[in-house]
Design a protein. Structure first.
Length: 484
């Protein structure tokens, strides 16, 4: 054994090297600023931004979704599977210890070509207990490269889960805001319908006593039915939106609890940030980079196949024909040795694996670069959409005020006998759609802020992910100890 110690030390020193390229983050073209930056942006990217709406009902829905959403649970299971694969991949770095035991009794024929000696017992009994060890010396870094790849894949899976969390929170918030916008449209429609119904009733009374013509009555009734036709459509959209939100919450389709109206919600501030921060905040970019790390490590693992594999093996145990003598000194057996194997001609098999690994690295690099460009585009689009929705909402509010004044004045002139009822009808036909559009625009303005937080990412994803982790711990209070 003393003669093997210098060899083992030398091999251990050589094992510090690994073939293949080490990962280095590629040079990236990052814009210095956003084209549509907001001057009054706030540093809120690392906070639970949805609480800025100041609606406890929304907060509760998001917490419920993080605890029960099926896609989050699926992604958590994928993380566990990737962790198990990492443990399996790196296990050959350590010596592999095994044990075996056997007991056998057999009788040999006495009519064979060579007569048996009478000194040989027949039948025979044999007992054996043996411990064995083997260790593949990772001289060229193949196992370490595979472990590096598995480690990066695990991180990529973890970032993929955070991406699911990011998308889930944004989807729940946007869907809830859309629902509250539809609720406001339904409220406006019912309020308008009630007003039109009263107009029809008054005109029918006036027609009965000859004050107005039948045409005025039918004009008012046409206006009433136009508003009435809007209600079933809005109610259908509300039911569909509730069902979609229920699925996000991990529930069966059904009604959704409401909180504040769309008019009572607080407008969150626009999060601040610079383009370079997107690289560290967005889970999809972090996932793409770890996939690039994994693909890069696969090149080294493939190139290591060109070099020989060195394995040390050994065994120690007891063997005896008598069970009572099994653990005595003379029953001891042992062996140790080493083996080396390597390719001479593989018909291009290893070369093909190297080509695949290099192509996979190129693919991952391009995917990483594409993810970054897409992220910058998402942020720019979200910022400009928010700015334009704010402008649109202000313009729509002015339009509604103008239409309300138009309707009020037309009624005054109609009652004074200066204009026909068609003028009133025209004014109210403009007012009702503009009010519905304003409710839609309010919801879209709120949702555009949600899209900004989703596009920028941020530390809030970690805060949300903690809620999923606590929910998983509650679902599995007892963790079984696994033998690794």
């Amino acid at each position: 054994m003393k003669r093997f110690i210098p060899i083992l030390l030398s091999l251990s020193l050589l094992a510090g090297c690994a073939v293949g390229p080490d990962y280095k983050r590629p040079d990236l073209s990052i814009p210095g600023s956003y084209r549509y930056e907001v001057k009054d942006a706030s540093d809120t990217a690392n906070t639970e931004w949805w609480r800025q709406f100041d609606d406890p009902a929304l907060d509760a829905l998001i917490e419920e979704a993080l605890a029960n959403n099926k896609n989050v649970k699926i992604s958590a299971a994928q993380v566990e599977r990737a962790a198990g694969l990492l443990v399996q991949t790196r296990s050959p770095i350590f010596p592999q210890l095994n044990y075996s035991g056997s007991a056998e009794r057999q009788r040999l024929t006495e009519l064979g070509a060579t007569p048996m000696s009478t000194a040989v017992p027949n039948p025979q009994t044999a007992y054996q207990v043996l411990g064995s060890a083997s260790w593949e010396i990772d001289l060229w870094g193949r196992i370490r490269r595979l472990t590096e790849s598995a480690q990066a894949s695990l991180l990529a899976t973890e970032y993929a889960k955070r991406g699911v969390v990011l998308s889930l929170v944004a989807s729940v918030a946007s869907t809830y805001l859309q629902l509250r916008g539809l609720d406001e449209q339904l409220l406006l429609s019912k309020k308008t319908l009630a007003a039109y119904a009263e107009t029809v009733r008054l005109f029918e009374l006036q027609h009965k006593y000859g004050v107005v013509s039948r045409m005025n009555v039918e004009q008012a009734r046409s206006q009433y039915e136009t508003a009435a036709a809007q209600i079933p459509s809005i109610e259908s959209q509300i039911a569909q939106t509730e069902n979609a939100l229920s699925i996000l919450l991990g529930r069966n389709p059904g009604p959704i609890e409401r909180g504040k109206s769309i008019l009572e919600l607080t407008m969150p501030s626009v999060p601040s940030g610079v383009p370079s921060q997107v690289l560290e905040r967005r889970p999809d970019i972090l996932q793409a980079e770890q996939q690039l790390v994994a693909a890069n490590a696969q090149i080294g693992a493939a190139k290591a196949l060109y070099f020989p594999t060195i394995t040390l093996t050994g065994g120690y145990g007891q063997a005896s024909s008598d069970l009572s003598d099994l653990f005595k000194g003379p029953a001891r057996v042992w062996n140790y040795g080493g083996s080396i194997t390597g390719p001479i001609f593989a018909g291009g098999s290893i070369y093909g694996q190297v080509l695949q690994a290099e192509a996979g690295q190129k693919e991952a690099l391009l995917s990483y670069q594409a993810a970054i460009q897409s992220a910058f585009s998402d942020v720019e689009s979200a910022l400009v959409a928010n700015q334009k929705y704010v402008e649109q909402q202000k313009a729509q509010e002015r339009l509604v005020r103008a239409n309300r004044e138009y309707a009020r004045l037309s009624w005054l002139q109609y009652r004074g006998g200066y204009v026909p009822y068609s003028t009133v009808l025209q004014a109210e036909q403009q007012l009702f759609p503009s009010e519905l559009t304003l409710a839609q625009t309010r919801a879209a303005t709120f949702s555009s802020l949600v899209t900004i937080y989703q596009a920028m990412g941020g530390g809030w994803v970690l805060e949300a992910d903690k809620l999923t982790a606590s929910a998983e711990a509650n679902d599995n209070p007892v963790q079984e100890t696994q033998d690794r």
